[in-house]
Design a protein around this ligand. Structure first.
Ligand SMILES: [Zn+2]
Length: 381
């Protein structure tokens, strides 16, 4: 369909690989991290800021844009790229996860999901076909199929019915797909049940997609169980297609995912943390509101080359945060997003140089195995 994927190098001592994905709006290097632009904006940043921070691809949330301003409005205005002034690649999710996590009174039926908007209580019925129609109107480069995300924890029976429904919906999604130049990814569900994950993956590869995503993780399970599920599943995923781990994660989890062969990640951690004053640095995280930074002349991270670190001191950033000045959110987000982009760059370099172990050691010293996902929704709202 609308995607080219070229694997440039595979690591000798892990499943890590570097590659290049070509989309209708340009290429991006993998392993890639996608900042989350829920409402057609990565909060506090302009497209110029995103480029400056090294961002190549962003994610936007279908559920939010369908409810407001509406996909038809965005379509009339020339599509999502033109609407938000970002001419790089965009991936849109299917809206399924947000329907589960945000909407009221949802009811899963065979044909789709009935739900009430979290904004005004209006009723909507999401079907696999509608999720495709919305994403085609938005004109994203990579669209996702509507899937049935079971809650966590869930019984084997519930997870099994979710896999069966996800497969039926994946088939309808592929049938509904018509837009040239837009790729479509399938989503593997199955909760923490190994056989169900395998069954889902097999069904999806039989239908055939441009890429395969792992959904239903980072929803409250502990990090050990999440990694064990990935360890079982990833070796079975088609090597020739991009693999996308949805909603993950922390620097540690990204690195673990990369070692297992994941090519794409998205997460609200850099942007959400920036807004509450938690900034990532090469020596771990710092809370910039802390009084110890009151007269600190150093940049947030002396090793960082971002606009914020090149121009402002910790003391100034702290002042902005404490005073609740709007610039704090922009400068903090620029830095955190740049940190994640630098991390991905370093990961790709380490794969190229067969040196991932040293980077892993550094990340585990400064960031450890902490889990920030909890039960947060996977949109930056
Ligand atoms: Zn910086």
């Amino acid at each position: 369909m609308g995607l080219g994927f070229e694997i440039k190098k595979c690591s000798k001592d892990s499943r890590a690989r570097i590659g290049l994905v070509r989309t209708s709006h340009g290429p991006f290097a993998t392993p890639a991290f996608m900042p989350v632009g829920t409402q057609a904006t990565v909060k506090a940043l302009s497209p110029h800021d995103l480029r400056g921070a090294g961002v190549e691809i962003i994610l936007c949330n279908t559920y939010h844009l369908y409810l407001r301003p509406g996909h038809k409005v965005i379509g009339e205005l020339g599509g999502l790229h033109q609407f938000m002034g970002w001419n790089g690649p965009i991936l849109t999710d299917s809206g399924g996860f947000q329907v589960y996590s945000l909407s009221k009174l949802r009811k899963i039926e065979e044909e789709g999901i009935l739900f009430q908007s979290h904004l005004d209580g209006s009723r909507h019925f999401f079907t696999p076909r509608l999720a495709i129609e919305i994403q085609e109107e938005l004109g994203s480069d990579i669209a996702m199929v509507l899937d049935d995300c079971p809650p966590y924890p869930c019984t084997y029976e519930r997870a099994k019915s979710s896999v069966m429904r996800t497969l039926r919906w994946a088939e309808s999604s592929k049938e509904a797909k018509g837009l040239e130049g837009q790729a479509l990814f399938g989503i593997v569900q199955g909760s923490l049940f190994r056989d169900l994950r395998e069954e889902c993956l097999k069904g999806l590869t039989k239908i055939g997609f441009d890429g395969y995503a792992i959904g239903g993780l980072a929803v409250g399970e502990d990090v050990g169980k999440r990694l064990a599920t990935l360890r079982d599943l990833l070796p079975q995923m088609p090597p020739e297609s991009p693999r996308y781990l949805m909603g993950v994660g922390t620097p540690y989890e990204i690195l673990e995912g990369v070692k297992m062969g994941v090519d794409m990640f998205d997460c609200v951690i850099p942007t959400r943390n920036a807004r509450n004053g938690t900034l990532f640095t090469s020596l771990g995280k710092l809370n910039i509101r802390n009084s110890q930074y009151k007269t600190d002349k150093r940049p947030c991270d002396p090793t960082c080359n971002c606009y914020t670190c090149k121009n402002y001191s910790r003391a100034y950033l702290r002042h902005l945060y404490v005073s609740k000045e709007l610039l704090a959110y922009r400068l903090g987000t620029i830095h955190n997003v740049a940190f994640f982009m630098n991390l991905m760059e370093r990961i790709r370099r380490a794969i190229m140089e067969e040196n991932l172990g040293a980077l892993e050691e550094e990340i585990s010293i400064y960031f450890g195995q902490e889990d920030e996902h909890g039960l947060l929704s996977l949109c930056d709202g």
